[in-house]
Design a protein around this ligand. Sequence first.
Ligand SMILES: [Fe+2]
Ligand SMILES: [Fe+2]
Length: 169
Amino acid sequence: MADTQDAITLLREDHRAVEKLFKDFEEAKGDGRKEKLARQICMELTIHTELEEKIFYPACEGNVEEDLLKESFVEHDAAKLLIAEIEAGNGESDEYFDSKVKVLSEEIEHHVEEEEKPNTGVFAQARKSEMDLKALGEQMAERKRELTEEYKNSGVPQPELTTMDEVQV
Ligand SMILES: [Fe+2]
Ligand SMILES: [Fe+2]
């Protein structure tokens, strides 16, 4: 049986992969290349967010500072707004297209820093706890395979916000 990654290794690898996609986006030109990359970015982020919100963060409850987890949910929701906008938009013909992807990359950069911050970040706190990161990693890898298959066939669904329900915009 293949060696499975622990939960944090899996999530960190997702972070590196999406950073690479954002970099490719900045350098891309012509032939709808930016649109293709933006779609890829939205899909990767949607899957990653779902793995964290449904599996990893709930397992962190009681092991990671509550405020930090709450902020993570809010940061995810803020990013989901831009993801939904980019997904629904007209791609490269939108004069704000590049700016939207750029701002999304900045939001994600900040959020990833919070998760990966040495000693105090979400991952560092999880690492110090008694959480079974190996078992979580297996569960997340399995779910990641399912979601990737699903979204490749039917597209990325409209995101659901977890923390924002006061306004309709
Ligand atoms: Fe996150
Ligand atoms: Fe993350």
